[in-house]
Write a protein that binds this ligand. Sequence first.
Ligand SMILES: Nc1nc2c(ncn2[C@@H]2O[C@H](COP(=O)(O)OP(=O)(O)OP(=O)(O)O)[C@@H](O)[C@H]2O)c(=O)[nH]1
Ligand SMILES: [Mg+2]
Length: 232
Amino acid sequence: MCKECGCGEPERNEEIIPVAREILEENTHYALHNKEHLRKHGIVMFNLVGSPGAGKTTLLERTIPALREEFKIAVVEGDLETQNDKERIDRLGVPCYQICTHGACHLDAKMVHHALHELNLDDSFDIVFVENVGNLVCPADFPLGEDFRVVVLSVPEGDDKPEKYPKIFHGSDAVVLTKIDLVPHLDFDVEKCRRGAYQVNPKAKFFEVSAKTGDGFQKYLDWVRWAAKTPF
Ligand SMILES: Nc1nc2c(ncn2[C@@H]2O[C@H](COP(=O)(O)OP(=O)(O)OP(=O)(O)O)[C@@H](O)[C@H]2O)c(=O)[nH]1
Ligand SMILES: [Mg+2]
């Protein structure tokens, strides 16, 4: 019972926090299991996080054709509903499993565990790209067992996002600023955004790309190549 106003709601410490802790502990258990599973098969997993429409699938549509000769790639797509993103990835001819969360605002490690089994890792993949549900908040609390977390941020979202949503940037390995072709049309200060990202997380790489013009992709692809070959 809430002591502040006696409204009958449970106090945070009474019920809500233990339930949340249980959920996070279960996630940690599956994330570690996923990591072990991936290690055993020599696979590197990337978790792409970012707001709805930031350009995550478009980034994959650029990345996969550029790397498919060098690496055997599979994709896990996460959305609340629809197979739309899976259909886009299917057109590239790489295996893809779509998770529909039916309302949940993030993927969790158990969902990804199931997806990895559906993809059949014995098929000797080198890279699994996971596209998380579009959300700049909740995926930060649910590691999936990935080796690298990539925040995909787009110019129309505004240059202050690293400062306003630090948690997701804090645990990331790279920030990919997409839609830089739109900079001339919007009040977006690339340097301010880069500084904000650096202040939150000095270790994260910062890339600027445009899927429309292809600008900046080479540097990002070189980083993905490097990351995929990192020995663990
Ligand atoms: N101008 C411009 N548009 C882009 C760029 N990248 C993506 N888009 C457009 O942005 C829209 C959203 O792109 P998606 O790749 O579907 O975004 P997403 O992050 O996968 O979206 P959800 O999966 O729904 O969260 C599409 O209309 C893309 O064509 C870019 O670099 N420049
Ligand atoms: Mg998408």
